[in-house]
Design a protein around this ligand. Structure first.
Ligand SMILES: Nc1nc2c(ncn2[C@@H]2O[C@H](COP(=O)(O)OP(=O)(O)OP(=O)(O)O)[C@@H](O)[C@H]2O)c(=O)[nH]1
Ligand SMILES: [Mg+2]
Length: 303
C-alpha cells in the first residue's frame, strides 16, 4: 500500500511542488492575501478549475487551523463521498463500464475482475466492445488471467446483443459479478451515445434492477474536458460512479476535485499504472495528501 501511495504521489508531484512554494508545511502563521492568491493560482494550474480554486481558498482562509491543514480539510470535504456501492440483495452485481476512447476501461475491468475473483467471486465479463477483434482479444487476456469467464460474439456484432447475452447468461448461471465492457466513444458522437443508451436499456431488460452501477472511466490527464465528458455520459447512461486512471502519468490531479464537486459522483477507484495491482480504492484523505506538501507531523503517515 505504501508503494501504491508513493506512485500516486509521484504522478501528482508537479501540483504538489507548485503548492509547496507558497504553503508552509508546518507553520501556524496566517498567510497574506498575496500568498493565498498564489495558492489559488497553483490550484488552477493543478486542474482544479478557477471557481473551485477560489471556493477552496475562501473556505480555507476562514479556518483557524494552519493554512495547510485548512486547505487540506476543505479539499477532502470536496472529494469525500460515502455513498455505498449498490449491491443487490440476491442475484449478481451487474456493472457497466463506459467512457471515452482509451481512458483505460478494458484494463480497469481486467483489474476489477481479478480483484473480485480473488475475493472468491464468480465473475462473468461481457465483451460489448465489438468494434475491433483486437479489443475482444485484449479483454480475453485479462479475463483469463483473472480466472473469470467471458461472453463474446463476432467482430461487428450488436453491442447491445452482447450485453443482453452476458447478463442473461450470468444470471442463469449464478455468477456473483457481471461486468460489461463497452467501446470507447466521444460524447459528441450521437450515434454511439444512442448505442450506449441502448446497451444500458437491454441490460435492464435482461435483469430488472441492473445495471446496479455504471462506472465511467476517466483519464486523469484529460484536464478540463473531463467535465463535459462526465456530464454527457451521465445524461446518456446514468453514471453512478467514476474511476480516474493514469494518475501515475502527467495528470495534475485537480480534475478529481472538479468532478466530485460538480457531479456529486463518488470516485470508486484510481488507476496508477498498467499492471494488475495498479488499481486502488479511492481514499479521499490519501489523495488530497498526495496533492499537497507533506505535513510536518508524525501522525501523518501515508495510508
Ligand atoms: N499509466 C497508466 N496507463 C494506463 C492506466 N490504465 C490504463 N492504462 C493504459 O492505457 C491504455 C488504454 O487502456 P485500455 O484499457 O485499452 O483503454 P480503453 O478505455 O479500454 O480503450 P478503448 O476500448 O479503445 O476505448 C493502455 O495502454 C493501458 O495500459 C493507468 O492507470 N496508468
Ligand atoms: Mg477497451
Amino acid at each position: 500500500m505504501a508503494s501504491f501511495f508513493s506512485r500516486l504521489t509521484k504522478g501528482l508531484s508537479r501540483s504538489r511542488d507548485s503548492l509547496s512554494q507558497t504553503l508552509p508545511a508546518n507553520s501556524e502563521k496566517a498567510l497574506s492575501n498575496a500568498d493565498w492568491l498564489d495558492i489559488e493560482d497553483a490550484l488552477i494550474m493543478a486542474d482544479c478549475g478557477a471557481e473551485q480554486a477560489m471556493a477552496l481558498v475562501e473556505k480555507a482562509k476562514k479556518e483557524r487551523k494552519s493554512p495547510l491543514e485548512s486547505l487540506k480539510r476543505a479539499m477532502i470535504a470536496k472529494v469525500e463521498n460515502h455513498q455505498p456501492v449498490i449491491h443487490p440483495s440476491d442475484g449478481p452485481f451487474v456493472l457497466l463500464v463506459i467512457g471515452v476512447n482509451g481512458t483505460g476501461k478494458t484494463t480497469t475491468i481486467g483489474k476489477l475482475a481479478t480483484m473480485f475473483a480473488n475475493e472468491g467471486k464468480k465473475v462473468m465479463v461481457g465483451a460489448a466492445d465489438t468494434f475491433r477483434a483486437a479489443a475482444v482479444d485484449q479483454l480475453a487476456v485479462w479475463v483469463e488471467r483473472a480466472g473469470a469467464d467471458m461472453v463474446r460474439q463476432h467482430e461487428g456484432a450488436d453491442p447491445a446483443a452482447v450485453a443482453f447475452d452476458t447478463v442473461q447468461r450470468g444470471v442463469a448461471r449464478n455468477y456473483d459479478v457481471i461486468i460489461v465492457d463497452t467501446a470507447g466513444r466521444v460524447q459528441t458522437d450521437k450515434g454511439l451515445m444512442d448505442e450506449l443508451a441502448k446497451v444500458r436499456r437491454v441490460i435492464t431488460k435482461a435483469y430488472p434492477d441492473a445495471p446496479h452501477e455504471v462506472w465511467q472511466v476517466v483519464d486523469g490527464g484529460t484536464g478540463q474536458n473531463a467535465v463535459v465528458q462526465v456530464e454527457k455520459f451521465r445524461e446518456t447512461a446514468g453514471t453512478s460512479g467514476l474511476i480516474v486512471t493514469k494518475l501515475d502519468g502527467s495528470a495534475k490531479g485537480g480534475i478529481v476535485l472538479q468532478l466530485t464537486d460538480r457531479f456529486g459522483l463518488p470516485i470508486r477507484y484510481v488507476g496508477v499504472g498498467e499492471l494488475l495491482e495498479d488499481l486502488m480504492p479511492f481514499d479521499a484523505e490519501a489523495f488530497v495528501s498526495s496533492l499537497l506538501p507533506e505535513q510536518d507531523k508524525s501522525t501523518d503517515s501515508p495510508i
